[in-house]
Design a protein around this ligand. Sequence first.
Ligand code: AMP
Length: 191
Amino acid sequence: MLNIVIFGAPGSGKGTQSEKLIEKYGLYHISTGDLLRKEIKAGSELGKIADSYISKGQLLPDSLIIDLLAKLLDTTPETRQGVIFDGFPRTIPQAEALDTMLAERGTAVSAVIGLEVDEAELIDRLLKRGQVSGRSDDNLETIKKRLDVYHTQTTPLRDYYVENGKYKAIHGMGSVDTIFVSITEALADCK
Ligand code: AMP
C-alpha cells in the first residue's frame, strides 16, 4: 500500500500532480486546504476559525489539523487502500502525529515527493491562479506571507524526511507531464 506525502511550497504543483497520482495509483486524496475551504463554504465553526487563518496566510494550530485528519482516517474506509497527503503535514509536530496515526493503523509513509520550484515561478503561478481561483489567499500580499510561513515552519520538514530516507527531490519546473514522469520514476521502488 502506498501512502504518499506531496510536499512543496504554495504553487509548486501539489494539487495538479496529486490528480495524476490518484489516477495512476488509485489513491485516496486528502488535501487539508480543500477540506478547510469546504468547512468555510458550509459556514461551520471550524470553517469560521479556518477562514481567520487562511485569509491571513497563516497556518491553523497543529491540534485542529491533526484532529481533522484523525477523524477523517477513522471514518473513511477508502483511506486503507493508500492515501496521497496534499498540504499535510506542514510542521514537524504534524509529521510526527502522521507517523503515529499511520503506525496505529498498521501502515506508514511510503515516500515524500518534494516538488522544488524557484520562488519567482511560484509567485507567478499563484498570481495567475488568483485570476481564476477566487481564493482569498491568492493575492500578492498573502502569497508573500504564505511563502514566508513555508520557509520558516514547513521547510524544516524536508530535513525530517531526508533523515528518515523518505524524501524524493523532484525538479518541479517544466511541463506537468515531464514532472509526473520524474515522480513515477522516483516512486518505482516504493511499496
Ligand atoms: P493549501 O490549499 O494547501 O495551500 O492551504 C491553504 C491554507 O489552509 C494554508 O495557507 C493554511 O492557512 C491552511 N492549511 C492547509 N493545510 C494546513 C495544515 N496542514 N496545517 C495548518 N494549516 C493548513
